[in-house]
Design a protein around this ligand. Sequence first.
Ligand code: ADP
Ligand code: MG
Length: 398
Amino acid sequence: MVFEDFPLSEGVRRAVAEIGYTEPTPIQAQSIPLILAGRDLIGRSNTGTGKTAAFSLPAIDRIDPETEGVQVLVLCPTRELAMQAAAEVEKFSRYTPWVKVAAVYGGASMERQIHQLKRGANFVIGTPGRVMDHLRRRTLRLSALRLAILDEADEMLDMGFREDIETILSQTPAERQTLLFSVTMPEPILEIARTYQREPETVAVGSGSARTAENIEQFYFDCPMGRKMDVLSLLLAAYDPARSIVFCNTKKMVDELTAYLTEAGYQAEGIHGDLRQSARTQVMAAFKAGRTRILIATDVAARGIDVDDVDIVFNFDVPLDTEFYVHRIGRTARAGRSGRAFTLISGRRQFGQLRDIMAATGAVIQRQEIPSREEILARRREAFAAELAALVPTEGAE
Ligand code: ADP
Ligand code: MG
């Protein structure tokens, strides 16, 4: 693959050729077409893999010469990184003269930055603190922003910029495109993604957080169309987990499933964002205490769950994203224990999604047969007999 393969503008391609890049790096090859297509993106790759060009080149082409105001905003964790990125963007935009770059970071003259901004900057690169300063002074307005980019997002969060980032994003148009680049993908980043991105595409290169823990046994069950609830009920009966979490993709499904399992006699409770905080706290407390054995949750609602001994994580719906899968199943096998993750699929499309997850995580997710009612009964009888034997010594045995 070469840069010529991308639908980048003539000016950008010329600049890239002059700088001497011939082949795009993997993160560039995967990200650039998605960004040009207007998609929101979560990009993960190690340091030194060319993330700056991965977002800068398409960002330059997202600038409309006919529109006034700041159209692209890049947030970087430090002054040095902001300066570096700005210098690169200057080079990349050498043949697209309508692109006007301004760098705003702390420890430098406010006056000069204001001057740059006033000159009609449409591509702003800065640190969250200084961007906030300019927003407060109204020397920077983001009402025309088309593209927001969080570079080195994990580092920005580590440095405590979360609130600033949220304030800044809240002052941009809701229909903006949002990109998030990072070396690692800890939970707070996924939270930002869930809150501020729309159906983000994930591009992950190399090993990193996409790896799942080794002490989790991962299986999938191929369910007949429309029969997932029955299969889940069978699995709960067969494996009889003391504590399990069932993940759904929607609040509606959480409600339906909770009703179904409760009806079927299980101690199950649902948790999702529509519940009041007090209700959520109660549900969590009951689950922690073991009064509720099955917790049914959306990805968002599950963020506060810190229960160590979850035996099985069920993916009732196939997660929409690999990171969600990794995060969901990370709820089991904590504190050195082992655990199981069961994913229910139905139909070819879901099988395809599962394969994508396997490819991205490198994990082996094995097919497992759905237990029959007879097997379950036999297993329960055995378990019951064992329990009895433990309680009542059989005759003849001493
Ligand atoms: P990251 O942000 O992933 O840590 P950078 O964007 O800082 O990485 O890029 C690291 C180095 O690689 C920079 O010196 C950059 O100029 C160079 N580089 C980026 N893309 C390419 C490419 N396609 N071909 C050659 N060098 C590249
Ligand atoms: Mg970088």
